[in-house]
Design a protein around this ligand. Structure first.
Ligand code: BTN
Length: 250
C-alpha cells in the first residue's frame, strides 16, 4: 500500500472528506489530512476538538478484501500502530485503552473512528480516522485532567510530520500482517503487552446487561476477555459496549 496524502487547511471532518473521495473512487492508501476540523467527530456521537495548528486529524481509505464483520479489527490495528509509531520516535509510555484510545499516564491523547461502506458480503471501503493531540498546551472543561498531548507529556514541541510518518509506517507493516490471517493473531501479543486495562477491574457499559470483571486481554478477533467474579469469561465486542475502569476512566 502506498500512502498518498491529500491536504486541506480546514474541513468539516476528515472522515467525511475521505468517505466522499472513496465514493468517487480514490484508491486504498489515500490519506485525508486537515489542519483543522469544524465538525470533528468522535465515537458515540461525541465531538472531537480540532483547533488549527496543533494536532493531527487524518483519515485513511482502505479497501480490504475481507468479510465486513472483520473490519472492526482495523481500528485495533490502527491503535496499535499509532502506539508503536509514537513510542518509537518519542519514547513515551504509550498504552492502549481498549478498543482504541491511546493514553499516557491514564490520560487520553488519541482517538480512532472507523467507518465502513459495505453490503452484506463485500466491503466497498473502510475509512479509519485518527485524531492525535500533538501540541496542545492545555485542556479545559470536561477534558481537564482526562486529556493530554504529546507536547505536554514530552515537555517540548513535537514535529507533527514525524508522528504522521511513524504512525503510517507502523500501520503499513501491521496491515499486511492483519490481512494475511484476516484477524489479529499476528498482533495480539504486542497489543496485550501495552493494553492499559489488562489485569484491571473494568465495568462493561452495556445498557442491556452491564457488568464488572477483570480484563484479561483481547482475543484474535479483537474482543476483550473479561473474567467475572464467578470465574466465567465473557468476550466483549467493541461495537456493542464501552469499557471504564471500575472507579476511573482507565
Ligand atoms: C474517539 O475517541 O471518540 C474517536 C475520535 C476520532 C477523531 C478523528 S480526528 C480525524 C477523524 N475525523 C473525524 O471527524 N474524527 C476522526
Amino acid at each position: 500500500m502506498k500512502i498518498d496524502i491529500c491536504f486541506r487547511k480546514e474541513v468539516d471532518s476528515t472522515n467525511d472528506w475521505a468517505k466522499q473521495m472513496a465514493g468517487e473512487g480514490a484508491p486504498e492508501g489515500t490519506l485525508a489530512l486537515a489542519d483543522s476540523q469544524i465538525l470533528g467527530r468522535g465515537r458515540r456521537g461525541r465531538s472531537w476538538k480540532s483547533p488549527a495548528g496543533d494536532n493531527l486529524y487524518m483519515s485513511l481509505i482502505l479497501r480490504p478484501e475481507i468479510p465486513p464483520e472483520k473490519a472492526s479489527g482495523l481500528t485495533l490495528v490502527m491503535g496499535l500502530s499509532a502506539a508503536q509509531g509514537i513510542t518509537d520516535v518519542l519514547e513515551l509510555p504509550v498504552k492502549i485503552k481498549w478498543p482504541n484510545d491511546l493514553v499516557i499516564e491514564e490520560k487520553k491523547f488519541c482517538g480512532i473512528l472507523t467507518e465502513m461502506n459495505a453490503d452484506r458480503q463485500k466491503i466497498r471501503f473502510v475509512v479509519v480516522g485518527i485524531g492525535i493531540n500533538v501540541n496542545n498546551s492545555a485542556f479545559s472543561g470536561e477534558l481537564q485532567g482526562r486529556a493530554t498531548s504529546l507536547k505536554l507529556e514530552k515537555g517540548t514541541v513535537i514535529d507533527k510530520d514525524v508522528i504522521l510518518e511513524a504512525v503510517m509506517a507502523a500501520f503499513e507493516k501491521n496491515y499486511k500482517i492483519f490481512l494475511k490471517t484476516q484477524d489479529l493473531s499476528g498482533l495480539v501479543e504486542e497489543y496485550n503487552r501495552i493494553l492499559v486495562n489488562r489485569s484491571r477491574p473494568v465495568r462493561v457499559l452495556n445498557p442491556v446487561n452491564a457488568f464488572e470483571g477483570v480484563a484479561q486481554g483481547i482475543n484474535t478477533s479483537g474482543e476483550l476477555l473479561v473474567e467475572r467474579a464467578d470465574g466465567s469469561v465473557t468476550a466483549v465486542y467493541a461495537g456493542e459496549v464501552s469499557v471504564r475502569g471500575a472507579s476511573s476512566y482507565v
